[in-house]
Design a protein. Structure first.
Lengths: 314, 417, 281
């Protein structure tokens, strides 16, 4: 508001009032359509989902269009506590989170490898980035083909190495790792492009100064380059965490959560419970979604907190 | 979450319906179905016959994609109900009956003597003593076998009456020696393993125990249930490896190529086997082996049904059509076109199709009872938990105790004692 | 520059790098190349178990087949019907919200801003049941606009973050000067800020296009039939029919991947600018 009074001091009083009103109202008019859509499709549904998680509802309305659910208090949540499928999903989510972080060092490594100025480098960088541009559905199909029993490349490879092929998607102990590997492929590409941009902006004088001091290789990377890449690393961590927790597409395409539910993750299990063929337990699904939301909120809060610090420091 | 638009929609729909009815001067019956092309053509032929006999009625069929229908029915039953809707018998129709979306049609059953003509399907069409479904077709499950694979392994080819359990397992040993999978399946979609489990269960303890198991009335840790898994365990080493990663069509390819000898499947798979190059000469059918001697033989035959919706605008004419669909003539015609079995015992089956005649024979001589298939006999959530357990057992038989314990916990939660 | 430019290294290292580069790329894109190759393999090769050997011929007929015998063309058209309105809608809405949050210092500013940012990271599952139910009630289930409306609303979160930061970086004096001249707020937005936003609009358009084209989750939740399903969901249901026909699955995959890939190569600079926003500061 400080700006407002500065600029209008010279104008006549009546006009100043009009201007002031316009400038109080204007942001809300500009915000209105976006806020309305966001409120209807994002904020309100979150509240509704949380409410629904205290109901037992099979998704049906009766003939008169009335909601047929019944209030069950916290029963959905207490059932989650003893649900082995929920436990499996939670563990798998943890595996996703931890192993997905491998995208950071690998992405950085490729970025460093590609950060040269030789002929055709631009094309190389684009082609390395390729996996991120294609749909996860396609990535899932590609890897399903790669892992297919009897003729998949991976199967044949393990067969030639160990004499017995490994059908990774049929193996309850390996299946999640197989899917994570598929997910890492585009994720590494994403992280790589973030680091490539970051490396472009590393201050050359500092590098040269460090070189004169005799810093090389790992020490240079660790003490000089990485600190300057911090913004890129921060974004990379955020998008990787989100990617790991949103891992619905690949599970759905590659295994449908199988064999016998071993590759379920929360995002898939929620869908399965709410809209799957044997599901239609909307309340229970909503409860799973609330748990997933709570986990994500930890990371969201961290992100917002950092943004808030950056904003107020300016 | 209350309807706002529904009223307006219904009004528009009613206007559209009334104008078209007026234009043709006919009473309209709407029917939502989920047919593939061949059954669809057969259904349209039936409608033509029906309209010829009832010129004042116009049956309008809206067809949905088979998979999309499972989702769509949940929406249209409340938002915009047709008069008739396709669905499945037994527990699969229970949620709609309990939400009051399917109408009681006991009067249609009574008026047309259906309890007698459709005797085998009375239990699966009835909830709380009232009938909510018209069953018009079913198909048998059993063992399809590849005669070439039997010849290659030097095993004697069985007849449609099958062999006993000991012989079957002994044959499996011979197939194994010849590097042929004795039994194949592709359980990536889970349900194919339920066919195997159901048969082992029906043969081990009989229909009543199996039915109680599906209904959650008996414990998974009971000696009878353990006996089922013990028998399943004898089969386990002979089932195609990695079945959990492949679909049933993939397994069909293995079977067609003679890399597997037997396939526990439903009759709908015959089309796929024949597309793959098999003929009546090398494809055989037999009933699942007898395990516990002296048990009345029960069979598995999932039934497809038509229902009257509670929101039907023209229930009277819709009931006329339902009675027609329950009749022997309509059922003979539809099932002959589709290659399935009529539920009306007065209907006829194409004598030239060896698999249909074998199935009809197997079902009509079964004295034990007709099961619907695990995912229709059991409550949806229970069905899924069960199928995951069966699949896991066929992959990790050593986990039996953990599987049984988990199933038992699910049972106690879903069916508090 | 880090690492040290390869030109400063010895001849051997330079040689090694020139060789390693294409090999690394080949390995990296190996699964994709395999699928591209399979999509041109005749069905007879697969039937005979020739999955990875020399194809017996180039089978363009696989592509002809999926176009003539499956609704894949319709799926692609459906995808466009969802994607293009979403791009227009989300970019327009966020231009306004971004402008409001970047230019005006009202009290709730930071709160509204953080709300958009946080909403952008929310797991889809927490929205799924209510959004599906609402779309059904409004009679928009299984329509392109039902899906597009949701996407517009959700993408507005991400786009607002982007636009607001972009406008913040513009010289504020321009706006100040206009205000002194007595130009109305709307005209400032329209005549002063908007023309400067071209790069941001381009970057966001390609990004949103790619995100929405590749969306699978909401396509599954809000559409179901050939008439409205986008390519991702369509490909998934075709995959269910094409079991063991990997030449068709591959051809379908390549087709589904083509539009965002083309978009990426045409608008590469904008694409990367959009994606790496905030990675350097």
């Amino acid at each position: 508001m400080a700006n407002a009074s500065d600029t209008v001091t010279a104008a006549p009083v009546r006009r100043a009032a009009g201007r002031w009103n316009q400038r109080t109202l204007a942001p809300w008019l500009f915000l209105a359509p976006g806020l309305f859509m966001f409120g209807v499709y994002v904020l309100w549904p979150i509240i509704q989902s949380i409410t629904l998680s205290f109901y037992d509802w099979n998704g049906l309305y009766n003939q008169d269009g009335e909601f047929t659910g019944t209030f069950v208090g916290t029963r959905n949540y207490s059932e989650l506590m003893t649900d082995p499928a929920f436990e499996t999903s939670l563990w798998n989510n943890l595996k996703w989170l931890v192993l997905y972080m491998a995208a950071l060092p690998i992405g950085l490594f490729i970025a460093i490898f590609l950060n040269q100025t030789v002929r055709g480098m631009r094309l190389y960088k684009s082609l390395f980035f390729f996996p991120f541009v294609i749909s996860q559905v396609v990535v899932g199909l590609i890897f399903a083909w790669f892992y297919a029993p009897n003729f998949g490349l991976f199967y044949l490879l393990t067969e030639s190495l160990t004499g017995k092929g490994t059908a990774i998607l049929a193996d309850p102990d390996l299946v999640t790792y197989g899917i994570i590997a598929a997910g890492l492929w585009p994720q590494i590409a994403y992280v790589m492009i973030l680091y490539l941009t970051g490396l472009n902006n590393v201050a050359p004088d500092q590098i040269e100064a460090a070189r004169l001091d005799g810093a090389k290789g790992w020490r240079m990377l660790w003490y000089v380059v990485l600190p300057q890449l911090r913004p890129a690393t921060f974004i990379a961590v955020i998008v990787t965490v989100i990617g790991a927790l949103r891992s619905f597409d690949l599970v759905s395409i590659m295994t449908n959560g199988g064999p016998f539910g071993s590759s379920r993750v929360l995002s898939y299990y929620m869908f399965e419970m709410a809209l799957g063929e044997f599901g239609f337990r909307m309340g229970y699904g909503a409860a799973i979604a609330v748990v997933l939301f709570a986990i994500m909120m930890i990371f969201i809060s961290g992100f917002i907190w950092k943004m808030w610090r950056d904003e107020t420091q300016r | 979450m209350v309807h706002k638009k529904t009223g307006a929609l219904a009004l528009v729909a009613a206007l559209l319906l009334s104008t078209s009815a007026f234009a043709q001067d006919k009473r309209v019956v709407t029917w939502n179905a989920d047919y593939d092309p061949i059954p669809l053509a057969a259904a349209e032929a039936l409608i033509a016959d029906f309209e010829a006999a009832n010129p004042e009625i116009d049956v309008q069929l809206t067809n949905f994609d088979h998979e999309a229908y499972k989702n769509a029915i949940r929406n249209f039953l409340t938002a915009d109900p047709p008069d008739l809707a396709n669905w499945y018998a037994a527990n699969r129709m229970r949620p709609f009956v309990e939400a009051g979306l399917f109408a009681d049609i006991s009067d249609v059953w009574a008026a047309n003597g259906l309890t007698e003509a459709l005797a085998a399907s009375v239990p699966s069409s009835t909830i709380d003593g009232k009938q909510y479904a018209i069953p018009y077709t079913y198909y048998q499950w059993g063992i399809y076998y590849n005669r070439d694979a039997y010849a290659a392994a030097g095993v004697e080819v069985p007849g449609p009456e099958g062999v006993n359990w000991e012989t079957f397992l002994a044959n499996c040993e011979k197939f194994k020696a010849a590097s042929i999978d004795c039994v194949t399946t592709g359980s990536s979609a889970l349900w194919p393993v339920a066919g195997v489990f159901d048969y082992v269960s029906l043969r081990t303890n009989g229909y009543q125990f199996h039915s109680d198991l599906a209904a959650g009335k008996v414990s998974w840790t009971s000696p009878e249930a353990r006996a089922v898994f013990e028998n399943l365990g004898k089969l386990q080493p002979y089932v195609t490896e990695n079945h959990a990663a492949i679909d049933w069509q993939d397994a069909a390819a293995i079977f067609v190529q003679g890399k597997a000898a037997n396939y526990v499947m439903g009759n709908f798979a015959v089309g796929v086997f024949k597309e793959g190059g098999m003929t009546n000469d090398n494809l055989g059918f037999m009933v699942f082996p007898e395990i516990t001697p002296g048990l009345d033989r029960a069979e598995e035959a999932p039934t497809d049904t038509i229902h009257l919706t509670s929101g039907a605008k023209n229930p009277d004419d819709a009931k006329t059509f339902l009675a027609y669909m329950a009749g022997a003539e309509a059922q003979s015609k539809w099932n002959a076109a589709v290659g399935q079995l009529p539920t009306n015992k007065n209907a006829t089956v194409d004598p030239a199709d060896p698999f249909l005649t074998a199935g009809f024979e197997a079902l009509s001589t079964s004295t034990g009872g007709i099961a619907q298939f695990w995912d229709r006999d059991a409550d949806a959530e229970y069905a899924k938990a069960g199928m995951e357990g069966f699949q896991q057992f066929l992959v990790q038989p050593e986990e039996l105790e953990a599987i049984l314990e988990r199933l038992e916990q699910t049972r106690l939660r879903l069916f508090p004692q | 520059m880090f690492p040290r430019p390869i030109q400063q290294s010895g001849k051997g290292a330079q040689w090694l790098y020139t060789i390693a580069l294409p090999i690394a790329l080949l390995l990296w894109l190996f699964p994709l190349l395999g699928v591209a190759l399979t999509s041109l393999r005749p069905a007879s090769d697969l039937a005979q178990g020739n999955y990875f050997g020399m194809p017996s011929g180039i089978a363009w007929e696989n592509y002809v087949f999926i176009f003539t015998e499956t609704p894949i063309g319709q799926y692609m058209v459906n995808s466009l019907w969802v994607t293009i309105p979403t791009v227009i809608g989300a970019v327009s809405l966020s231009l306004m919200t971004g402008f409001a949050l970047a230019v005006y210092g009202f009290r709730a500013n930071i709160l509204v801003f953080f709300m958009f940012v946080a909403g952008n990271f929310v797991p889809f599952q927490i929205l799924m049941v209510p959004v599906r139910d609402m779309t059904l009630q409004l009679g928009m289930y299984d329509t392109w606009y039902g899906l597009a409306l949701f996407h517009i609303a959700f993408q507005t979160g991400f786009c607002t973050l982007f636009m607001r930061n972009f406008i913040k970086a513009l010289p504020y004096e321009l706006i100040e000067a206009a205000r002194v001249e007595g130009v109305s707020e709307w005209r400032i937005f329209w005549y002063i800020v908007l023309p400067l936003m071209r790069p941001a609009i381009a970057a966001l358009s390609v990004l949103v296009f790619t995100f929405i084209w590749n969306d699978f989750f909401w396509a599954t939740v809000l559409t179901q039939g050939v008439d409205s399903q986008p390519i991702t969901a369509g490909l998934s249901s075709l995959n269910g029919q094409w079991i063991a026909q990997w030449h068709l699955v591959s051809a379908g995959s390549i087709l589904a991947a083509l539009p965002p890939v083309a978009m990426f190569f045409l608008m590469q600079k904008h694409f990367i600018a959009g994606l790496t926003l905030g990675a350097v500061k």
